[in-house]
Write a protein that binds this ligand. Structure first.
Ligand SMILES: [Zn+2]
Length: 115
Protein backbone atom coordinates (compact mmCIF):
# COMPACT_ATOMS: atom_id res chain seq x y z
CA UNK A 1 0.00 0.00 0.00
CA UNK A 2 1.45 3.30 -1.05
CA UNK A 3 0.73 6.69 0.42
CA UNK A 4 -0.36 9.60 -1.73
CA UNK A 5 -1.15 13.24 -1.11
CA UNK A 6 -4.63 14.63 -1.74
CA UNK A 7 -4.71 16.87 -4.80
CA UNK A 8 -7.05 19.28 -3.04
CA UNK A 9 -5.87 19.62 0.56
CA UNK A 10 -2.52 17.81 0.58
CA UNK A 11 -3.59 15.26 3.21
CA UNK A 12 -1.45 12.09 3.15
CA UNK A 13 -3.46 8.88 2.86
CA UNK A 14 -3.66 5.43 1.22
CA UNK A 15 -3.66 5.27 -2.59
CA UNK A 16 -6.54 2.79 -2.40
CA UNK A 17 -8.98 5.46 -1.23
CA UNK A 18 -11.43 6.60 -3.89
CA UNK A 19 -11.87 9.90 -2.09
CA UNK A 20 -9.79 11.94 0.34
CA UNK A 21 -10.67 10.94 3.93
CA UNK A 22 -10.08 14.51 5.14
CA UNK A 23 -11.73 16.81 2.61
CA UNK A 24 -13.81 14.26 0.64
CA UNK A 25 -12.28 15.14 -2.72
CA UNK A 26 -13.30 12.32 -5.12
CA UNK A 27 -10.64 11.00 -7.46
CA UNK A 28 -11.88 10.51 -10.99
CA UNK A 29 -11.20 7.15 -12.58
CA UNK A 30 -8.79 7.46 -15.47
CA UNK A 31 -10.09 6.93 -19.00
CA UNK A 32 -8.10 3.70 -19.37
CA UNK A 33 -9.54 2.31 -16.15
CA UNK A 34 -13.06 3.18 -17.31
CA UNK A 35 -12.48 1.65 -20.75
CA UNK A 36 -11.19 -1.55 -19.14
CA UNK A 37 -14.23 -1.80 -16.89
CA UNK A 38 -16.09 -5.02 -17.71
CA UNK A 39 -19.84 -5.25 -18.21
CA UNK A 40 -21.09 -8.84 -17.82
CA UNK A 41 -17.45 -9.87 -18.20
CA UNK A 42 -17.24 -8.07 -21.55
CA UNK A 43 -14.95 -5.22 -22.51
CA UNK A 44 -15.78 -2.16 -24.63
CA UNK A 45 -12.25 -2.39 -26.10
CA UNK A 46 -12.92 -5.94 -27.38
CA UNK A 47 -16.29 -4.70 -28.69
CA UNK A 48 -14.57 -1.94 -30.68
CA UNK A 49 -11.97 -4.37 -32.06
CA UNK A 50 -14.76 -6.70 -33.23
CA UNK A 51 -16.58 -3.72 -34.69
CA UNK A 52 -13.48 -2.54 -36.59
CA UNK A 53 -12.42 -5.91 -38.07
CA UNK A 54 -15.64 -7.97 -38.29
CA UNK A 55 -18.27 -5.26 -37.84
CA UNK A 56 -19.81 -5.80 -41.27
CA UNK A 57 -20.64 -9.38 -40.18
CA UNK A 58 -22.27 -8.10 -36.98
CA UNK A 59 -19.62 -9.74 -34.73
CA UNK A 60 -19.62 -6.82 -32.26
CA UNK A 61 -23.43 -7.00 -31.95
CA UNK A 62 -23.28 -10.73 -31.13
CA UNK A 63 -20.57 -9.89 -28.58
CA UNK A 64 -22.77 -7.22 -26.99
CA UNK A 65 -25.65 -9.69 -26.71
CA UNK A 66 -27.66 -8.06 -29.52
CA UNK A 67 -28.11 -11.34 -31.40
CA UNK A 68 -31.11 -10.25 -33.48
CA UNK A 69 -29.47 -7.23 -35.10
CA UNK A 70 -26.18 -9.15 -35.28
CA UNK A 71 -27.89 -11.84 -37.33
CA UNK A 72 -29.50 -9.16 -39.52
CA UNK A 73 -26.06 -7.68 -40.27
CA UNK A 74 -24.60 -11.14 -40.92
CA UNK A 75 -27.36 -11.98 -43.39
CA UNK A 76 -27.11 -8.60 -45.14
CA UNK A 77 -23.36 -9.10 -45.64
CA UNK A 78 -23.53 -12.76 -46.72
CA UNK A 79 -26.88 -13.61 -48.35
CA UNK A 80 -27.36 -9.97 -49.38
CA UNK A 81 -23.90 -9.92 -50.93
CA UNK A 82 -25.36 -10.47 -54.45
CA UNK A 83 -27.56 -7.40 -54.13
CA UNK A 84 -24.67 -5.08 -52.99
CA UNK A 85 -27.07 -2.59 -51.32
CA UNK A 86 -27.54 -4.64 -48.08
CA UNK A 87 -23.76 -4.83 -47.75
CA UNK A 88 -23.50 -1.03 -48.03
CA UNK A 89 -26.23 -0.67 -45.37
CA UNK A 90 -24.34 -3.11 -43.13
CA UNK A 91 -21.11 -1.14 -43.67
CA UNK A 92 -22.79 2.17 -42.73
CA UNK A 93 -24.40 0.45 -39.71
CA UNK A 94 -20.95 -0.77 -38.64
CA UNK A 95 -19.53 2.75 -38.93
CA UNK A 96 -22.39 4.14 -36.80
CA UNK A 97 -21.84 1.38 -34.19
CA UNK A 98 -18.12 2.18 -34.15
CA UNK A 99 -18.74 5.90 -33.55
CA UNK A 100 -21.41 5.20 -30.89
CA UNK A 101 -19.02 2.68 -29.26
CA UNK A 102 -16.18 5.20 -29.12
CA UNK A 103 -18.50 7.88 -27.72
CA UNK A 104 -19.62 5.45 -24.98
CA UNK A 105 -16.11 4.28 -24.04
CA UNK A 106 -16.71 5.80 -20.57
CA UNK A 107 -20.15 4.26 -20.21
CA UNK A 108 -19.81 0.70 -21.61
CA UNK A 109 -22.97 -0.39 -19.76
CA UNK A 110 -24.94 1.48 -22.44
CA UNK A 111 -23.54 -0.76 -25.19
CA UNK A 112 -24.05 -4.21 -23.71
CA UNK A 113 -27.40 -5.93 -23.26
CA UNK A 114 -28.15 -6.46 -19.57
CA UNK A 115 -28.45 -10.07 -18.42
ZN1 LIG B 1 -8.16 16.17 0.67
Amino acid sequence: MAMIFCRECGYKHSDRAKACPKCGYVYEETLTKKANKLVNGKSIVVYLIFCWFLGILGAHRFYAGKNGSGLAMLLMSTVGFILVVPVIISAIWTLVDLIVGICNINTPEKIFVKK
